[in-house]
Design a protein around this ligand. Structure first.
Ligand SMILES: N[C@@H](CCC(=O)N[C@@H](CS)C(=O)NCC(=O)O)C(=O)O
Length: 198
């Protein structure tokens, strides 16, 4: 497998997941400042001209959420997703798909967009983080007691909204969750790769 990535971007999600499944992979750094994402060779991998992207057995997948979901299924032995047919899989998929919902809420806040809650698919910024707060006050991970690929996405979102963009005040339940997720050996390895840039 090969991951196309750039430091300090959503690539961290793909790196984290790759480190979680602990399968061999190589990294190809895309120089975003130099426009590497717009080169024809990279556009053939991801026509959206964005990182991360993954190559696996000659096939390509982009969108960080899809990469995380794909890896969880390709490597079931990592135990990061309830198997197909398990009723818990419904909730797992719900939280995987909630990540773009969170991103919309963040975008709304960032851009100071006024939207009616009833027609905005994410309701509102406050509603999204109230729901996450309720879940993470009651259980250590999004699916309860067990860390899953959904946490790779949700913890990344919380990291960006609290620590990077500072759009949300830290709250004890979020800080504890981030601490649990970010103390994982796989995350620490991914973080080091991201910081070292290689
Ligand atoms: N929805 C995409 C977003 C990826 C994305 O926006 N990547 C940014 C870095 S965080 C990027 O590659 N930007 C380069 C560009 O658009 O030119 C995902 O989750 O993978």
């Amino acid at each position: 497998m090969r991951v196309y990535w750039a430091p300090h971007t959503r690539s961290l999600r793909a790196l984290w997941m790759l480190e979680e499944i602990a399968a061999p992979y190589e990294r190809v750094r895309v120089d975003l400042q130099a426009g590497g994402q717009r080169q024809p060779a990279f556009r053939a991998i991801n026509p959206m001209e964005k990182v991360p992207a993954l190559e696996c057995d000659g096939a390509h997948v982009a969108e960080s959420g899809a990469i995380v979901a794909f890896l969880a299924e390709k490597f079931p032995q990592a135990g990061l997703a309830p198997p197909v047919g398990d009723v818990l899989r419904g909730r797992y998929l719900q939280w995987l798909f909630f990540s773009p919902v969170i991103e919309m809420a963040i975008t709304q806040k960032f851009a100071r967009l006024e939207m009616p809650e009833g027609s905005a698919g994410w309701g509102s910024f406050d509603r999204v983080f109230k729901v996450l707060s309720e879940i993470l006050s009651a259980s250590p991970y999004m699916l309860g007691e067990t860390f899953s690929a959904a946490d790779v996405l949700i913890a990344s979102d919380l990291h960006f909204v609290i620590d990077v963009f500072k759009l949300l005040e830290p709250r004890p339940e979020f800080s504890a969750y981030l601490e649990r997720c970010r103390s994982r050996a796989a995350f620490l390895r991914a973080q080091k790769i991201d910081a070292d840039g290689v």
